[in-house]
Ligand binder design. Structure first.
Ligand code: NAP
Length: 521
């Protein structure tokens, strides 16, 4: 059996082994237990599952220092970044508890029996039910918020689905400790034993995705990893939803007016954004469209000045380090201008690199030149300020779609242009930002983190309240006796928003009874 061992990125040396790679038999045992206990987890009901998530959040808080310590050793991230991310993960668990208590995620609908222009209609009642056991793969760059403690786990458990986690090779010890905390909290709470499981090693992950008891996969990671697992999903007798959130380049467009008004500030903020987390963020601005003008030059100069003050950055693992080194070498060859390329100030040991900024003219842009490079680098593309909309459209057509697109516009007389640019970028992204930077994804009801691409399923988000929708499927009961209906579909249950006879009906805050939505607004 292979030992699973993390690496200290500061020295590139191995850490102590965490676990053994999971055997196919062990994965099958975990998947079988999850399937066996799925109904019991669903039957805890919304309120009890909300309490379970709150109990897990409290348990993680109690072990905050231990989790931060091991994650720091395995990732090299600063404690401030890890603390912020852990706070976000804890918030996320509690947030999904609130989503459960509110209840509208169930999309409960009641159409009572009656006559219609098409003849008599039976009594139909629909809501969303858990899809079944879910496999969750986290990413190296978020050891908490997109890993064992992350949004896929929180939203799948909230939905009522058992979760089997794949520990990430880049932070196996953090994965194990996080899992131990969650599973101990689940046991103390009295949740079914199949609520959570964990597997180690590449083959364990592949076996998990192939297992017939697994009914959906939440994956955050690389294009290649996502593609390999998607191939396994497509080879199953019964293919299942594969929610892959993959790499992204996140174009930023600076209009001529924005460059005129705020060149220096945008240049500085751009560098802060693409070096956050050493540039290892799926929301990193990887390409920036800047006018070919004196104002555009000011922006680039400000970015260059900010980069000269940026210390060497530490990458997470050998794969990301090698890929950064190779990809930036290619950029160096193919771009006309290396706006900033300190080359070789980084320490020789460990996975340290220098930040870099390259520049290319629009005429030389293609999807091969600008693709996601995980690390502190970005590419400026110069466009002709006289033809901004056409040139931006032309640039975006040559690039893959993204999680986000950003428009920096001026304060006056730029509205028409901002509207036309919005029409161009909305085809390519799942979140459009104005006068900001895409790094940082708030967890909220309205958030969308996904896009036409790099989401393998473009209908859903992996962050925010509606992420729960990925792990639910619709079920309609026709002429069912009240006693077999889930309580949220029973006639006398009025504590969540429901659509009855086509009319949205909300619970009244003071009495706990329902009223049509229009009456309470
Ligand atoms: P990764 O190398 O693809 O790893 C992700 C997970 O997939 C790991 O558990 C890995 O296993 C597993 N895996 C990879 N290839 C596999 C294969 N062929 N068979 C079975 N399992 C496989 O990705 P990463 O380096 O952790 O993450 C960086 C990438 O994630 C970047 O591209 C970034 O943009 C993306 N990301 C996207 C988002 C988003 O929301 N869109 C968020 C964060 C990161 P091992 O650990 O055993 O190798």
């Amino acid at each position: 059996m292979t030992a699973i061992t993390g690496t200290d990125p500061r020295t590139a040396g191995p850490l102590e082994p965490t676990a053994q790679a999971s055997s196919t038999d062990h994965v099958a045992e975990l998947a079988g237990r999850a399937a066996h206990d799925a109904f019991a987890l669903e039957n805890l009901g919304r309120e009890r599952r909300a309490d379970l998530l709150d109990a897990m959040a409290a348990a993680v808080e109690r072990r905050r220092d231990d989790v931060i310590e091991i994650a720091s050793r395995e990732t090299g991230f600063a404690d401030a970044k890890l603390n912020g991310e852990l706070t976000r993960a804890v918030f996320q668990l509690r947030f999904f508890a609130a989503v459960l208590r509110e209840g509208s995620y169930l999309e409960a609908i009641i159409d009572r029996a009656g006559d219609t222009p098409m003849g008599p209609r039976p009594d139909l009642r629909r809501l969303l039910v858990p899809i079944g056991p879910v496999a969750v793969f986290g990413a190296s760059n978020f050891p908490f918020a997109f890993s064992v403690l992350g949004g896929d786990t929180a939203s799948a458990l909230a939905a009522g689905c058992p979760v089997i986690l794949k520990a990430h090779d880049s932070h196996p010890g953090t994965s194990k400790l996080s899992y131990d905390i969650l599973s101990e909290a689940a046991e103390a709470f009295g949740a079914p034993s199949g609520t959570l499981g964990i597997v180690y090693g590449l083959q364990g992950g592949a076996d998990l995705v192939a297992h017939s008891a697994i009914r959906a996969v939440g994956f955050t990671g690389s294009l290649n990893g996502g593609q390999a697992l998607l191939d396994i999903v497509n080879g199953r007798d019964e293919p299942i939803p594969f929610y892959g959130e993959l790499s992204s380049i996140n174009p930023v467009i600076v209009t001529p007016a924005a460059a005129s008004e705020r060149a220096e500030q945008i240049g500085r903020d751009l560098v802060a954004s693409f070096t956050t987390g050493a540039g290892q963020l799926c929301t990193k601005p990887g390409v920036v469209l800047v006018p070919r003008s004196a104002d555009g030059d000011r922006l680039v100069d400000a970015a260059t000045a900010a980069l000269t003050e940026t210390a060497p950055q530490l990458l997470l693992n050998e794969r990301i380090y090698s890929s950064y080194t190779a990809e930036t070498a290619q950029l160096r060859q193919r771009c006309q201008v290396a706006t900033f390329d300190a080359a070789a100030s980084a320490p020789a040991s460990g996975f340290y690199v220098d930040a870099a900024l390259f520049e290319v003219d629009l005429a030389h842009l293609d999807g091969d030149l600008v693709r996601e490079i995980f690390g502190p680098v970005s590419v400026i593309v110069r466009y002709d300020a006289e033809q901004v909309v056409d040139q931006v459209a032309s640039a975006l057509h040559r690039l893959p779609r993204s999680l986000t697109a950003t428009v920096h516009h001026g304060s006056t007389a730029d509205e028409d242009l901002t509207g036309r640019l919005t029409a161009v970028v909305r085809e390519t992204a799942g979140r459009i930002l104005y006068n900001g930077f895409p790094t940082g994804v708030a967890v909220s009801w309205a958030q969308n983190h996904g896009g036409p691409w790099p989401s393998t399923n473009s209908l859903h988000t992996s962050v925010g309240a509606t992420a729960i929708r990925r792990f639910l499927r619709p079920l309609t009961f026709q002429n069912a006796p009240e006693s077999v209906l889930p309580q949220e579909l029973r006639s006398d249950f009025e504590r969540i928003p429901r659509r009855i006879g086509g009319v949205l009906t909300l619970p009244s805050a003071d009495t706990g009874t329902s009223a049509p939505a229009s009456a309470t607004r």
